[in-house]
Design a protein around this ligand. Structure first.
Ligand SMILES: [Zn+2]
Length: 309
């Protein structure tokens, strides 16, 4: 009897049921995210560029294919069914593409809800090589991991790399944490201090540094001193770095930690978090800025089209 592989996958697997449970938690987070929204509105911005449908399609297709490829590879490495891995990876990639558009579409960044939705996509992609769905929730330097089907509380760990970058961002620009933006974006968002302002906004693992001037995206008619269009662009980078940690670095780091004396105990509280973002840097930072894929995605999603400058 001929059967498509998708139907038994959906029927048998608890993964889809778990994703629905996770989506209920997302609704709660959406409510929190909206209630914590910074005191700005889309009409505060001079420059609002619609993103063409062709750009959205391209980004959706690329992320779905990327998810399928990584999902297939993860399944192959862990000796799991490859077609299932490809299907879950594609579903995860599709979800991340949608989440990145949520973050980018509201010009000031749609915040923590987008990041959590992105996390559900990352969990689906990771399930390509596991039997259960575990959804990560990244907030600042913390990551909670929740496996809905086991009916247990999420485990919470510190991501060391994200923690270090948040500290460095604050120290480097003599900055202060913008708590409203941090609560809203889910990434530690740092504003420059009195004397120092970086030349351009910047994203690092779990961290966003904003500039004090809005020269990159126009001046807000309401006189807001922060260019929050940058928050959307840098939020896309934070999501890309989350993806590298979840799909590339996390399992390698866990295997390394297990081999160290005392590593098992440490891994109950800590994730290293450096290999994934480091891999992205290795791939991207050798090439000139205007040819980097991750910049293309951030510019396309927040400014419509065109190559990075
Ligand atoms: Zn960028």
């Amino acid at each position: 009897m001929h059967r498509t592989f998708a139907r038994p996958l959906l029927r048998r697997s608890r993964i889809v049921a778990s994703a629905l449970t996770a989506s209920r938690a997302l609704l709660l987070i959406l409510a929190l995210s909206v209630s914590a929204a910074p005191d700005v509105h889309a009409q505060d911005y001079v420059q609002v560029v619609p993103v063409p449908g062709a750009v959205r399609t391209r980004i959706t297709v690329v992320n779905t294919l990327l998810g399928a490829t990584i999902g297939g590879a993860r399944a192959w490495i862990k000796h799991r069914p490859i077609r299932r891995g490809v299907a879950l990876g594609a579903l995860g990639g599709l979800t991340t593409a949608g989440a990145r558009q949520v973050v980018a579409t509201r010009r000031d960044g749609a915040g923590i809800f987008g990041r959590m939705l992105h996390d559900v996509g990352l969990g689906l992609g990771s399930a390509a090589s596991d039997s259960l769905l575990t959804v990560p929730f990244h907030v600042g330097p913390l990551v909670a991991r929740w496996t809905p089907s086991t009916r247990t509380w999420p485990s919470v760990r510190v991501n060391l790399t994200n923690l270090v970058y948040a500290g460095v961002a604050i120290a480097r620009i003599d900055g202060r944490v913008d708590w409203r933006s941090t609560l809203w974006s889910g990434a530690v968002t740092v504003l420059p201090g009195v004397n120092v302002s970086p030349d351009y906004p910047q994203a690092e693992p779990g961290t966003i540094s904003l500039t004090d001037v809005s020269s990159l995206c126009g001046v807000s008619p309401s006189g807001a001193s922060i260019c929050r269009v940058d928050l959307a662009h840098e939020s896309i980078h934070v999501l890309q770095l989350d993806m590298m940690h979840e799909w590339v670095g996390k399992d390698i780091e866990a295997a390394l930690l297990r081999r160290l004396p005392g590593g098992r105990g440490i891994s109950r509280w800590v994730e290293l978090g450096g290999i994934g973002p480091g891999t992205l840097a290795l791939i991207e930072f050798r090439r000139p800025y205007h040819t980097r894929w991750h910049e293309y995605e951030a510019f396309w999603l927040t400014e419509g089209a065109g190559a990075p400058p």
